[in-house]
Design a protein around this ligand. Structure first.
Ligand code: CP3
Length: 346
């Protein structure tokens, strides 16, 4: 597969808002616990250990591509991998999520968060090269956690519903907040860069929890840092996707952060999202990940509704509005992929 063929991949064309032979589709969290073949290879291997083993990363990244024929692979890793790589004492606890031993809340704590260099993540780069070598014409999406979402884990010490300590720091000590987000923007940007330089064809910045903020606070405390993380790969010519959950009020501002594609959760229909984001951006989304548990005719109806709302958009990448839930039936996702491809082919 030559470089020119990959550059013409349907996903990349849609991200660039060029004409496509069909709407491309992939799923956030497509590699993971909904797949029996994933659970099998992960037996006895801790999540973070798996992320630093190129052989496992390659196998797991390829599993959903083989199974579903999706239009992109997403690199198997986690948003906390670069934090672990710079020395933060953390673990991913099954059923809980990332847990940080000593939370970061003061200027002195920032000493425990040095910048990331490519040398810290050589096994990640090796994993990307292996995956890309095996993927052929299917593009690989690299990713990083956005500064706000990473900060939430670091400041809270783990997953959080209300982000109370995060907001206490953000509103109460703005200088330390900006210093922390500046560090995280550097780490996220470098982590994206490493993946693209190793062969990833696109990147996604996950700001999963930023929907916890009102627009004015997003602009003041977050947007400049997310923009800086995205700008770290601006010169590399790959499409950048910028995604968050519960971000209906933030879509316009997120569109200003620099990414070519804005990811939309399931709460805002894509035609309305396009009005909020404005022209010059492709959209990604946005079938409710819980909707795939309904009987197939209802799922199909909702898939068609997403496609209808996307009709006339400059560029559309079909996805769920958030990650695949672990209990999801892979056979239903297969039918979703096939329906999107068949009903948009021309
Ligand atoms: O398929 C893919 O999308 C690629 C792999 C991927 C993982 N995490 C693997 C993973 C990606 C893109 C992520 C990103 C990630 N990690 C995000 C942003 C995306 C989102 O869902 O909003 C966030 C917030 C995290 C933090 C995190 N890591 C959580 C909340 C969890 C779940 C904890 C649990 O057990 O319920 C993890 C662990 C994790 N990351 C798993 C996987 C497959 C599950 C661990 C396992 O399989 O043992």
């Amino acid at each position: 597969m030559t470089h020119a063929d990959l550059a013409d991949a349907v996903l990349l064309r849609a991200c660039r808002r060029e004409p496509v032979p069909h709407t491309p589709v992939w799923f956030m969290r497509q590699a993971g616990r909904s797949l029996p073949e994933y659970r099998k290879v992960r037996e006895g291997v801790a999540m973070l250990e798996a992320c630093f083993r190129p052989d496992l990363v390659t196998e797991i990244t390829l599993q959903p591509v083989r199974r579903y024929g999706v239009d992109a692979a997403i690199f198997f890793s986690d948003i906390v991998v670069p934090l672990k790589a710079v020395g933060v004492d953390l673990d991913i606890v099954p059923g809980v999520g990332p847990v940080v031993a000593d939370p970061i809340r003061t200027p002195a704590d920032l000493d425990r968060l040095p910048p990331l260099t490519a040398d810290d993540v050589t096994t990640v780069a090796e994993g990307v090269r292996q995956v890309v070598g095996e993927l052929g014409p299917t593009p690989l999406i690299g990713f990083a956690g956005a500064p706000f979402t990473l900060a939430s884990y670091l400041v809270e010490g783990g997953p959080s519903r209300n982000h109370v300590r995060t907001k206490a720091l953000m509103y109460g000590d703005e200088a330390t907040w900006h210093a922390l987000l500046d560090r995280l923007a550097g780490i996220a940007g470098e982590f994206l860069r490493v993946q693209v330089e190793a062969g990833a064809s696109a990147v996604q910045l996950f700001d999963s929890w930023v929907g916890a903020l009102p627009l004015a606070d997003y602009r003041r405390y977050v947007l400049p840092h997310s923009a800086r993380a995205l700008s770290a790969v601006a010169d590399l010519g790959v499409p950048r996707i910028h995604f968050g959950v519960g971000t209906g009020e933030l879509l316009g501002a997120m569109g200003e952060a620099g990414a070519e594609v804005v990811g939309v959760d399931f709460r805002v229909p894509l035609d309305e999202a396009a009005r909020r984001v404005g022209p010059g951006r492709a959209l990604q989304g946005n079938l409710d990940p819980a909707a795939v548990f309904a009987p197939w005719p209802a799922v199909a109806e909702r898939v068609r509704a997403v496609l209808a709302a996307a009709d006339g958009l400059e560029g559309h990448v079909f996805n769920l509005g958030h990650g695949v839930l672990p209990e999801t039936d892979p056979a239903v996702l297969q039918r979703v992929v096939d329906l999107v491809h068949a009903s948009t082919a021309h």
